[in-house]
Design a protein around this ligand. Structure first.
Ligand code: NAD
Ligand code: DAU
Length: 352
């Protein structure tokens, strides 16, 4: 079986669903269920005997050691993290605690487990650390996309905490020989994406008839990848990646934020026209920029394509249609995750 940490979050839950559909091999999900973790993301697996959910913290070494010894996973996929850049600016402490200290404790628990595995199990074991392109900092308009050899230049507290966790993973490989793999992926989008992030926030606000907030001039560039393509890349890395290596994952799909928001508005205009006959694009509102906002991310994904034969299946045009459709069809999920604490964040961050 495999252990998935952070499996009740956006990418982790998509991964668990896809893994069980594709492989059928049992999964234990460990998740603290922070504001970003929702059991409703895994509701379809409630009666599935192949899935076992445990609420807990990756920083709880005793709990993790117990889980490892009880379930004896052959792979650990580490998705657990604080993941929202804006929250890392207003409250960096939780990011250091989970992304740095939590990863350290998880690594120590895994090291103890791995050291005791018998020969073949020890050789086959893998720890896959899911990380981000934000560790590389920001690009100018004419710069080449981030390659695995780029220097780390994290700019936000979130990016710095992820960079620190990547360094711990690297050191645990170099010093203790643990069979680690690290992936650095670009911006994901798709089902179960918490509506504090740009794409689900814009879909949610558009349908609610509220402003679509664009930071600064909206010309910042991100490289968007449909979440299932990311999940398939992670499966491929765990299966065939060389221990100790890092792999960049991206969609070759650079877009300005403004273009992304306009594409969502066009899709909604077609799928769920506004009752007043206007366009959702009329709700676009420019707001104060994010402090230290990275201007451009772009991923050079040639290594994973060349060495592991992975390529994204979804284009942005097809992925955004699937995503908007999913949100229209899953309003109950949206209602569930946007009550209470979500409203406090929106009020605090966007000033009501
Ligand atoms: P998310 O915020 O949606 O989910 C994170 C999950 O981790 C939540 O379920 C949360 O409850 C859980 N969690 C948080 N702290 C924990 C702890 N201490 N112990 C156990 N569980 C804990 O994040 P996401 O967007 O799904 O991102 C998953 C991973 O992928 C993160 O490591 C992130 O850095 C990385 N990543 C995300 C993107 C993206 O575009 N979203 C892109 C590249 C990499
Ligand atoms: O690049 C990978 C990273 O992508 C992941 O590591 C992070 O976990 C994930 O959150 C994401 O980070 P970003 O900061 O790029 O994503 P976010 O959706 O928050 O913002 C995308 C862009 O949209 C960014 O340039 C900021 C802008 N934005 C965001 C929000 C929430 C707005 O203009 N308005 C908004 O209200």
């Amino acid at each position: 079986m495999i252990l998935v940490t952070g499996g009740a979050g956006f990418i982790g839950s998509n991964f668990v669903h896809l893994w069980l559909a594709d492989h059928g091999e049992p999964v234990v999900t460990l998740d603290k269920l922070t504001y970003a973790g929702n059991l409703s993301n895994l509701a379809a697996l409630e009666d599935d005997g192949r899935h076992h959910f445990v609420q807990g913290d990756i920083g709880d070494r005793d709990l993790v050691e117990r889980l490892l010894h009880e379930h004896r996973p052959r792979v650990v996929f580490n998705f657990a993290a604080e993941s929202h850049v804006d929250r890392s600016i207003s409250g960096p402490g939780a990011f250091i605690q989970t992304n740095v200290v939590g990863t350290f404790n998880l690594l120590e628990a895994v090291r103890a487990y791995w050291a005791e595995l018998p020969g073949e199990d020890r050789r086959a074991f893998r720890f896959l650390h899911v990380s981000t392109d934000e560790v590389y900092g920001t690009l100018g308009p004419a710069d080449a996309p981030f390659a695995e050899t780029n220097a780390y230049e994290p700019n936000s507290p979130y990016a710095a905490s992820k960079a620190a966790s990547d360094h711990l993973v690297r050191a645990w490989r170099h010093t203790y020989g643990l069979p680690m793999l690290t992936t650095n992926c670009s911006n994901n989008y798709g089902p179960f994406h918490f509506p504090e992030k740009l794409i689900p926030l814009v879909i949610h606000n558009a349908l609610a008839g509220t402003p679509l907030p664009i930071y600064g001039d909206g010309l910042q560039v991100r490289d968007w990848l449909y979440v299932e393509d990311h999940c398939r890349a992670l499966m491929r890395v765990a299966e065939a990646g060389a221990p100790g290596e890092t792999y960049n994952i991206g969609g070759w799909n650079e877009q300005t934020n403004l273009d992304v928001v306009r594409a969502i508005c066009r899709t909604l205009d077609e799928m769920r026209p506004r009752t007043d006959g206007g366009s959702y694009a009329e709700q676009i509102t420019f707001v104060r920029d994010r402090p230290g906002h990275d201007r451009r991310y772009a991923i050079d994904a040639q290594k994973i394509e060349r060495e592991l034969g992975w390529r994204p299946r979804e284009t942005f045009a097809s992925g955004i249609r699937r995503t908007v459709r999913w949100y229209l069809d899953n309003q109950q999920w949206v209602d569930g995750v946007t009550s209470g604490a979500y409203r406090s964040w929106v009020d605090h961050h966007y000033g009501g």
